[in-house]
Design a binder for this molecule. Structure first.
Ligand code: NAD
Ligand code: UD1
Length: 336
C-alpha cells in the first residue's frame, strides 16, 4: 500500500517507517523537522535499503498537504506529527492547540478532498488520567491535566465524530504507553533537544556524565517501592503495532481504539537497577518531591490488541535498555 506518514522523521515515526518499508509498503513522509533531523530518514534508508519520498513542510498548511495528496495515490495515513512536551504545552498552550489540533484538521481536510479516508492516529495513555489500573480501552478517559493531553483527547473526538458522520472512514486510535528503546542497529533512536523531561533520555545523559544525577520525582507513591510505575514499551514493538493496525483498518471501516502497552509496570527504581546492570555504570540519583501532574501508576491491559490485531509486545525491559545503550554508545549526541 501507499502510506503517508506525518512526522515520519521523529522518534517513533522513523521506527514505524522501517517496519512499513520492511513489510513492502511504499512510504511518503511529511515532516517540518521542528523536532527531528534529516539524518534520521537517511539512516532509515541505510537500514532498509529502500527510499522514502520526503515532503518537507507543515501539516498546518492545507495547500501544501493537498499537493502531497495530489502527487501521491495515498491509501492510508499514519499521523505522528505533533508536539509532545507536556511542560512546554503548559507554557505555550496555543502553539500546542495550533500544531496538534489545527494541524490535524488541515490534514483531515486534505484527506477528505483527496478521498483518502483511512487514518491511524498517535494518541497517548495520558488520555486516561488518574484511572483504575490496569487501563483497558473501555476505561473512561480522564480530565486532561495539561494542554498536550487535551489535544490528544480533542483529536480522538474529532476522528470519532468524522467516522460517525461518514461511515466510509476507517480510524485507528493507538494509545501508546511509555515508548523507550531504539533500533537494534543503533542507527536510529530518540534524540531529544536540550535537557530531557522523560526518564530514559535523562538517564542516558547521566550515564554519559552530561548531567550529574537523576532526580527521582517522588518516593511516597502507593507503589511497591514508592516511586512512579509505568508501562515501558520497546519502540520496535510499538512500530509493529502500527503495521498490525494498518492491516486491520485497511480492510474495514469504523472507529477503533487500541492500547499499545506490555501489561507490565516498572517503577523508577526498577529502571535505574536495570540500567545500572546493563551499562555497568553507577547512576547517582536523589529523591525529590512529586512532579506536578504525575500519577502514581499507569499500565495497560493487552487483550484487545492481542485478539484484534494479533499483536503483542515481545521485548523485555532489559532489551529496551540495552538497545537504548547501544544507540547511545554509537550516537552520544544523538543526530547532532
Ligand atoms: P517526535 O517529536 O520525535 O516526532 C514528531 C515528528 O513530527 C517530528 O519529526 C516533528 O518534526 C514532526 N512535526 C511536528 N509538528 C509538525 C508539523 N506541524 N508539521 C510537520 N511535521 C511536524 O515525537 P515521537 O516521540 O516520535 O511521537 C510521535 C507521536 O506520538 C506524537 O504525536 C506524540 O504526541 C505521540 N506520542 C508519543 C509518546 C512518546 O513517549 N514519545 C507517547 C505517546 C504519544
Ligand atoms: C510523560 C508525559 C505523558 C506523555 C509521556 C510520553 C508528563 C507528566 N507526562 O509521561 O503525557 O505521554 O511522557 O512518554 O510529563 N521521572 C523521574 N525523574 C525524571 C523523569 C521522570 O523520576 O527525571 C519519573 C516520573 O515521575 C514517572 C516516570 O519517571 O514516574 C516516567 O516519567 P516520563 O518518562 O516523564 O513519562 P510519563 O510521566 O509517564
Amino acid at each position: 500500500m501507499n502510506i503517508l506518514v506525518t512526522g515520519g522523521a521523529g522518534y517513533i515515526g522513523t521506527h514505524a517507517v522501517v517496519e512499513l518499508l520492511d513489510s513492502g509498503h511504499n512510504v511518503c513522509v511529511v515532516d517540518n523537522f521542528c523536532n527531528s533531523s534529516r539524518i534520521s530518514l537517511a539512516r532509515v534508508q541505510d537500514i532498509t535499503g529502500k527510499s522514502v519520498r520526503l515532503y518537507e513542510g507543515d501539516i498546518c498548511e492545507f495547500d501544501f498537504m493537498a499537493e502531497v495528496f495530489e502527487k501521491n495515490d495515498i491509501d492510508v495515513v499514519i499521523h505522528f506529527a505533533g508536539l509532545k512536551a507536556v511542560g512546554e504545552s503548559v507554557l505555550k498552550p496555543l502553539i500546542y492547540y495550533k500544531n496538534n489540533v489545527e494541524g490535524t484538521i488541515s490534514l483531515l481536510r486534505a484527506m477528505n478532498s483527496a478521498g483518502v479516508k483511512k487514518i491511524i492516529f498517535s494518541s497517548s495513555s495520558t488520555v486516561y488520567g488518574e484511572a483504575v489500573m490496569p487501563v483497558s480501552e473501555k476505561s473512561p478517559r480522564g480530565n486532561p491535566t495539561n494542554p498536550y493531553a487535551s489535544t490528544k483527547k480533542i483529536v480522538e473526538d474529532i476522528l470519532l465524530q468524522i467516522s460517525q458522520t461518514d461511515p466510509a472512514w476507517s480510524v485507528g486510535i493507538l494509545r501508546y504507553f511509555n515508548p523507550i528503546g531504539a533500533h537494534k542497529s543503533g542507527l536510529i533512536g530518540e534524540s531529544p533537544q536540550g535537557i530531557p523531561n522523560n526518564l530514559l533520555p535523562y538517564l542516558c545523559k547521566v550515564q554519559l556524565g552530561q548531567l550529574p544525577f537523576l532526580t527521582v520525582f517522588g518516593n511516597d507513591y502507593p507503589t511497591k517501592d514508592g516511586t512512579g510505575v509505568r508501562d515501558y514499551i520497546h519502540v520496535l514493538d510499538l512500530a509493529k503495532g502500527h503495521t498490525a493496525s494498518l492491516d486491520f483498518i485497511s480492510k474495514t471501516t469504523g472507529y477503533y481504539v487500541w492500547n499499545l502497552g506490555t501489561g507490565v509496570g516498572y517503577s523508577v527504581l526498577d529502571i535505574i537497577k536495570s540500567f545500572e546492570k546493563i551499562s555497568a555504570v553507577h547512576i547517582p540519583f536523589r529523591f525529590s518531591a512529586r512532579r506536578p501532574g504525575d500519577i502514581a501508576s499507569c499500565w495497560s491491559t493487552t487483550e484487545k490488541a492481542e485478539i484484534e490485531l494479533n499483536w503483542k509486545a515481545i521485548n523485555t525491559l532489559d532489551d529496551m535498555i540495552s538497545d537504548t545503550l547501544n544507540w547511545l554508545r554509537l550516537n552520544p549526541v544523538g543526530y547532532n
